[in-house]
Design a protein around this ligand. Structure first.
Ligand SMILES: [Zn+2]
Length: 56
């Protein structure tokens, strides 16, 4: 299960450890997907992962 984390403000929600912007010091965390402020890079990684799963 993904965990959504946020670093020091201003930051957006990250949930992929492969993200280069993934915060080293987590200030906030939650298990439910936030409705806004999602990291673009994490979204890209997620899309790639889903595609991999779909073709596997
Ligand atoms: Zn991210």
């Amino acid at each position: 299960m993904a965990e959504y984390v946020k670093g020091a403000a201003p930051d957006r929600w990250h949930w992929s450890k492969q993200c280069t912007q993934y915060p080293r010091i987590v200030k906030e965390r939650q298990l439910r997907r936030p409705s806004s402020d999602l990291c673009d890079e994490c979204l890209d990684i997620e899309r790639i992962e889903l595609r991999k799963k779909a073709t596997a």
